[in-house]
Design a protein around this ligand. Sequence first.
Ligand code: UD1
Ligand code: MG
Length: 465
Amino acid sequence: MNKLHYPDLQVCVLAAGKGKRMHSNLPKVLHRVLGRAMIDYVLHSAEALCPKAIAVVTGHASEKVREHVGQPINLEWVIQDKQLGTGHAVSQCEEVIRDVRDVLIVCGDTPLLSWQTLANLVDEHRRLDADVTVLTAQPANPFGYGRIVRDADGRVRTIVEEKDASDDERAIGEVSSGIYCVRHAVLFDLLRSIGNSNAQGEYYLPDIVPLALAAGQRVDAVLMSDPDEMMGVNDRVNLAMVEDLMQRRIIRDWQLRGVTIEKPDTVRIEAGVSIGIDTVIQAGCYLIGRTHIGDECRVGPNSVLVDAWLDDRVNVFAFSHIHGASVGSDASIGPYARLRPEARLDEQVHIGNFVEVKKAVVGRGSKINHLSYIGDASVGVDCNIGAGTITCNYDGANKFKTEIGDRVFVGSDTQLIAPVRVADDATIGAGSTITRDVEPGGLTLSERTQQRYVANWKRPEKESR
Ligand code: UD1
Ligand code: MG
């Protein structure tokens, strides 16, 4: 863990914009990057600095943003009723910012921004004893960003937005990340002086730069080493690019922590996933939500795990789908298995191909190897559930439970009509329809139809024309 602590810093997160370019009903900062809302990443980086407080400016669909974030103890909500620009957004925070040396302003739409980069900006700002410090970058494509205009001596003079820039200014490769560290004592006076006579008719935060210079204050720029970090998401093309970069970061992180990932470009691993050492993730896997995978597991090609929990040494064969289910250690799943919510499999359980398990507990060492449906059920330890076994749990209106004891052997193609109980050590003959509780031990089977033999029967043949 980092030991950062900035008690005389307040962070201000700008998240009021609608995100027009997203064409969405969802506020922009709630759009997800690898399963986590953009604002969560930004807040996480801000919190890592242990600032005095964090103010979040919301406006468009603010209740949705608040509901999502909740109420962390050091977070204050600020409403910007009309989205009149980034400068106007910051000015709304005047009431909630007190007794700090500096204000760190970040945008809610830059999820790749790391806390190290933010800490570096604050440290540099203080080392230089600056009044305004802007974080800048030199991305491969500066389109859409505010350009940093410097004078002949290389000092920052102003920041010009894409829409207001001349051709010469557009040719500038250094851009503003939209992130600033500003001395609290000067910030709100500067904001009061900005106007809105520009291409968008907005109160631009970057305009504090020329205003500070005019007031004789010190303005500096800190160039970030990795320009990817400041990538802002304004439309869904940006969203996909940011997600791609985040994915590489997350995959690299797991690789460095001892996870083998085959064909990493084909794999999706969301931000909330955790994976143990010596686990192998094979091509085309999707690991989604709060999935946890233990040590020494293997997740076969094209498997999808959503909020799944695997203990250690679990083998998931290709094309399996595990959603909201947990699997004990040394178990084996698939290929082509489907574990649905509330399937709880104990250690050493075997689930084979075309088996679906839902809302069912399966005890240690039990095997359900082929073509079965086990739902609303409990299966004891060391059972063998034969091919094509179905728990008939639903009568079209209500669901009923099937309870199977320990060491039970269920013959192939058995239907268990719930509610029904099968006692320990029972054996059920193949092809049975079980409608009443089954006694312990012995053999239980339903009446079978007579088998006939027709000796002189001829197979049909194709008619010749
Ligand atoms: C902004 C900067 C630009 C910078 C870029 C970096 C301005 C005028 N431009 O441009 O210099 O290169 O970010 O990504 O600052 N917001 C509000 N209230 C508003 C307007 C915006 O809270 O009235 C919030 C948005 O929700 C967003 C952030 O401020 O999180 C930035 O706004 P956005 O519209 O994305 O600005 P850009 O065009 O990206
Ligand atoms: Mg933006």
